[in-house]
Design a protein around this ligand. Sequence first.
Ligand code: HEM
Ligand SMILES: *[C@@H]1O[C@H](CO)[C@@H](O)[C@H](O)[C@H]1NC(C)=O
Ligand SMILES: *[C@@H]1O[C@H](CO)[C@@H](O)[C@H](O)[C@H]1NC(C)=O
Ligand SMILES: *[C@@H]1O[C@H](CO)[C@@H](O)[C@H](O)[C@H]1NC(C)=O
Length: 319
Amino acid sequence: MASVLSFFATTTVLALFIFGCCSTANAQLSPTFYSKTCPNLLTVVRTAMNQAVTKERRMGASILRLFFHDCFVNGCDASILLDDTASFTGEKNAFPNRNSTRGFEVIDTIKTRVEAACNATVSCADILALAARDGVVLLGGTSWTVPLGRRDARTASQSDANNQLPPPTADLAALISTFSAKGLSAQDMTALSGAHTIGQAQCSSFANRIYNEANIDPSFATTRKASCPATSNTNLAPFDTTPNSFDNDYYKALVGRRGLLHSDQQLFNNGTQDALVRTYSTNVAAFNRDFAAAMVKMSQISPLTGTKGEIRSNCRLVN
Ligand code: HEM
Ligand SMILES: *[C@@H]1O[C@H](CO)[C@@H](O)[C@H](O)[C@H]1NC(C)=O
Ligand SMILES: *[C@@H]1O[C@H](CO)[C@@H](O)[C@H](O)[C@H]1NC(C)=O
Ligand SMILES: *[C@@H]1O[C@H](CO)[C@@H](O)[C@H](O)[C@H]1NC(C)=O
């Protein structure tokens, strides 16, 4: 009996040890982390994001995507912001990012202003987490309270960026397992994919879908083909009909078989997520609630806290 108990105790400890890295429960983050050391932080970030999104609406989307690509590669640690150098290969030229992720200059501007307000105090990882939330709000989406206290990585991994970010060719099982590996449920995955209610994709990301797939509205495919040849190019197309509004039109598009990426339509393809997609397509409050909760979860993937990592003074370079 004792040995059975000790077996279970050992197994539990082992499981905690093995899975503890990626669970969100152990995150030591707090929304009030900078309330004494940088009381104007939220205002500085919001003001700068307001200017950036006013100048170009798409920037709200681009910054949200940057945050996703940061968090999914070894946690929300600003690793995606590091530039390549002669002796360092970061994540910016990984396949999911190269010629695709954008908004780095906006983060630089915010960082400069944050440094002027509170020198050497706020991490680039926290700035990105706040900026992503603000982009959603500025495009008419829901809000959430951002847990803070992340620190910045001193490293980045191009191969992890290549392996851990889902490609647009992923099918439903792959999408579910990619998110599960980060401690996110299938429901979280379906809600977070609603980020594709804003922003645009390049023809190369969806050409195969519009030319070769069956689960697609034919007139939608025809429309998209007009600016996206089968050989593919870099022309942009919106994910839904309102790419500058954070609404639930993305899910309406999926129900109408007008998902832009193969991975988008996988969420409504006679599979386990169909019912949830239908719900989000008719109930924007349910989508907003689940999206906000999933963003808070995603924002807490493996943060560096305490004395780990550093507070970068330039988001592009380690100190
Ligand atoms: C579910 C798996 C996902 C896949 C396979 C995926 C894939 C993609 C691809 C291929 C693009 C277009 C890139 C290009 O053509 O240059 C894109 C854009 C975008 N993604 Fe995702 N994504 C996923 C999930 C997410 C999540 C979870 C978020 C944020 C929470 C997100 C936010 C965005 C945004 C906002 C854009 C538009 C960016 C812009 O216009 O600059 N995506 N995604
Ligand atoms: C893609 O990115 C690389 C490196 O950033 C750049 O040299 C190249 O011109 C870009 N290609 C296109 C088609 O934009
Ligand atoms: C800001 O902090 C950095 C790093 O600690 C330091 O090198 C720099 O002198 C500080 N700048 C100001 C204006 O205090
Ligand atoms: C989904 O199932 C229905 C009913 O069996 C069928 O008519 C439809 O073609 C299926 N759609 C896909 C994308 O498999």
